[in-house]
Design a protein around this ligand. Structure first.
Ligand code: NAD
Length: 308
């Protein structure tokens, strides 16, 4: 298959947590295709302790050695305005923001401390919010932007010992949904990546055989494509791993009416009687917007009225 090379000349990309793992691969690929890159990384441990300039510096050095342009940023994503300010100071604009920085504080629900909860939420959810808010302002003025949120199958399906992380990762899906809507008219698109990759985060968690096949470099082209001006997806959730990718959707069942007529109450027994219809997903469909959800409620009420 041959196609014109996708380029990012003139574009400025901020990749958070780009000192290692997935973020490093995104930064390297973007830079190799002409983007000027802010390599953000706090350089702490995978549980969010400490800080170091080394992680970001090493990747900036790699990019410069291959002839690309990059600057390091050592701020925590929680200080999103500072992260974006680095892009503006160094390159004068920000076109692409990949919210990727992350930590883990895995504990079962009973053992999760408030600090474990807050730290994971601060880095993943609040950090993505703060960086996005700061970048959005610039993207709106220039009428272009591409934003990525990083979710996880742990959020979509749950995972033992990851209550804090799962909740934050599902929160990012909600954040992306609204950023996609608010940005659309200004050509600012926001999509979600759901990766599975070998990194220090998954070392010892993923089985060895799988770990060796799950190279972060196999996911980078998917994420970087989502950041290209030619990609028209907005509000998509894309799962990717091992050189494979797919779109993921929420679906809604057909449901069931819980009372015989509009003037009738909803009774516990009626709910029990129709429960198998409430939970039947055989005719499930995907809704594209909140208006479709409220629209279908009006339909339910109209049908009940005609039964009265
Ligand atoms: P990683 O630990 O290799 O990389 C994360 C980077 O984020 C690190 O370099 C770290 O220093 C940096 N970081 C942490 N806190 C930061 C902060 N406050 N500010 C700035 N930088 C900070 O992990 P990875 O596997 O490459 O993970 C990247 C993202 O992908 C994370 O959001 C993670 O939750 C998500 N994810 C990874 C997998 C996987 O299988 N690896 C699966 C699902 C989701």
């Amino acid at each position: 298959m041959s196609a014109a090379k996708l380029r990012f000349d003139g574009r400025v990309a901020v990749v958070t947590g780009a000192g290692a793992g997935l973020g490093r691969e995104y930064a390297l690929l973007l830079a190799s295709r002409g983007a000027k890159v802010v390599v953000n990384d706090l350089g702490g441990s995978h549980v969010g302790e400490g800080a170091s300039t080394r992680a970001a510096d090493v990747v900036v050095e790699e990019i410069r050695k291959m002839g690309g342009e990059a600057v390091a940023d050592y701020n925590s994503v929680i200080d999103g305005a500072k992260v974006i300010a680095t892009a503006i100071q160094a390159f004068g604009r920000v076109d692409i923001l990949i919210n990727n920085a992350g930590i883990l504080r895995d504990r079962s629900i009973i053992k999760t401390s408030e600090q474990d909860w807050n730290l994971v939420h601060d880095v993943h959810l609040k950090g993505s919010f703060k960086c996005t808010q700061a970048a959005f302002e610039h993207m709106k003025k220039q009428n272009f932007g591409r934003i990525i949120m990083t979710s996880s199958n742990s959020g979509i399906y749950g995972n033992f010992g990851q209550a804090n992380y799962s909740a934050a990762k599902m929160g990012l899906v909600g954040l992306a949904n609204t950023v996609a809507i608010e940005g659309a008219k200004n050509n600012i698109y926001c999509n979600v990546i759901i990766p599975t990759a070998a990194s220090r985060m998954t070392e010892g968690i993923l089985p060895d055989m799988l770990f060796n096949e799950l190279k972060p470099s196999l996911i980078a082209p998917v994420v970087v494509y989502l950041c290209h001006e030619s990609c028209e997806d907005n509000g998509s959730y894309i799962e990717s791993a091992a050189g494979w990718a797919t779109k993921v959707h929420t679906v809604r069942g057909k449901g069931a009416v819980l009372r015989p007529a509009l003037e009738e109450p909803v009774t516990l027994e009626y709910v029990q009687n129709v429960w198998s219809k409430v939970t039947d997903m055989s005719e499930a469909t995907h809704l594209n917007a909140i208006a479709e959800a409220s629209g279908s409620l009006l339909e339910v009420l109209e049908n009940l009225k005609s039964n009265d």
